[in-house]
Design a protein around this ligand. Structure first.
Ligand SMILES: *Cc1c(COP(=O)(O)O)cnc(C)c1O
Length: 362
């Protein structure tokens, strides 16, 4: 096998990044461990406890329950599962904004739970009136997104918590991507700000851990116990995770990255990333493109399809939002130098594409 992984130079749309060197080293060391079998692999099981308490510290929760999941998808699926197990009626529903990640669709399919999708307001956040009108006694959970995948928007989490409480539903916050930048903003998003019951928060995104390292947090261990099944052939007696054998690399790298970077390293990174996002937004705006103001380090801008395709052909790894805007996630590997050469390519290719379009219409 002589294949080489891609370089991160032109990767602009990924929500993952190069692991911090300490995280890479820890991942390699713990590659052959399985936190799913704590009786056999006690060291990595202890590290997982450390990971959960560190994640709790970031998310405003003193005595957190939870585990290191394979990613935000698993954390969201499991949060919906907790809500379903706790619900007393036959066909529970989950109320969530249209900005929620597609992993909730997987949760609904797997768990036979019905999704009630409500619109967002013009600023891309959950429409509270619509959420209020949608909840009822069948609602098992209300979902708030803290850092949406497409636009980096943060829903009004405390208000969503009140609505969830009013119908005795759980409040789940999806901070899979946003969890490691939100502590340095003024947003109210975590357990300390609102009656949050469960949360997805991924070390393998802004946390700079190696993949796979997602996080599921719960306000109390009885919520996590809703997931527990008995484990006859292991020395431990029950298991709350969705997967059985799991990567010790993810767990160890999460602890290493957080110990290294929380809070100062993450704060510096947030400031760099947010400044880069603002810089890119202003450069694209001054070229006449419609730009969605970056609330978090994520820029969305409407560019013509031929330009988008020309940039992809140049090797820029870009993606589009559901509405077709170009999307740039200012992850740690996305530097100002990199963005400068991206903007230079926008200028160069814009001219070329413009000439081609003009030529074709003659
Ligand atoms: C990335 C993301 C997910 C999914 O996480 P994976 O780690 O890719 O499974 C869920 N929710 C949000 C908001 C995300 O940005």
């Amino acid at each position: 096998m002589r294949a080489e992984p891609q370089s991160f130079d032109r990767v602009l749309s990924s929500m993952c990044t190069e692991p911090h060197p300490a995280a890479r080293e820890a991942a390699e060391r713990f590659l052959a461990t399985n936190p799913g079998d704590p009786g056999t692999y006690p060291t990595v099981a202890d590290l997982e406890d450390d990971a959960v308490s560190l994640l709790g510290e970031i998310a405003g929760l003193d005595e957190p329950a939870g585990y290191v999941a394979s990613g935000g998808t698993e954390a969201n699926v499991q949060a919906v599962r907790i809500a379903r197990e706790r619900a007393e009626n036959g066909r529970p529903t989950v109320v969530l904004p249209e900005s929620a990640h597609f992993s909730f669709q997987k949760a609904a399919d797997l768990l036979d739970v019905e999704l009630r999708v409500v619109p967002t307001t013009d600023d891309g956040r959950a429409d509270l009136e619509a959420v209020r009108a949608c909840v009822n006694e069948d609602t098992a959970a209300v979902v708030g997104v803290a850092g949406s995948t497409e636009y980096g928007r943060v829903d009004p989490i405390p208000e969503l918590g009140e609505i969830a409480d009013s119908v005795d539903a759980l409040l789940h916050v999806d901070a899979a991507w946003g969890g490691f930048v939100l502590p340095f903003t003024d947003y109210e998003w975590h357990f300390g700000h609102a009656p949050v019951d469960t949360m997805a928060i991924d070390p393998h995104k802004m946390g700079q851990a190696a993949v796979p390292a997602g996080g599921l947090l719960a306000r109390s261990s009885d919520l996590l116990d809703e997931l527990a099944v008995e484990t006859p052939y292991l020395e431990s007696t029950s298991q709350a995770t969705l997967t059985g054998t799991r990567s010790g690399a993810g767990v160890a790298s999460a602890v290493a990255a957080i110990e290294e970077l929380w809070p100062d390293g993450y704060r510096d990174q947030y400031v760099r990333s947010q400044n880069n996002a603002k810089w890119l937004a202003s450069k694209l705006e001054s070229r006449g493109y419609d730009v969605v103001e970056p609330a978090l380090p994520l820029v969305a801008a409407s560019v013509p399809t031929p330009l988008f395709e020309a940039l992809r052909d140049e090797g820029w790894r870009l993606s589009r939002t559901g509405d077709g805007e170009l999307r740039v996630v200012c992850m740690p590997h996305v530097t100002r130098d990199g963005l400068e050469s991206f903007v230079a390519d926008v200028d160069r290719l814009e001219t070329r594409v413009g000439l081609e379009v003009a030529g074709a219409s003659e």
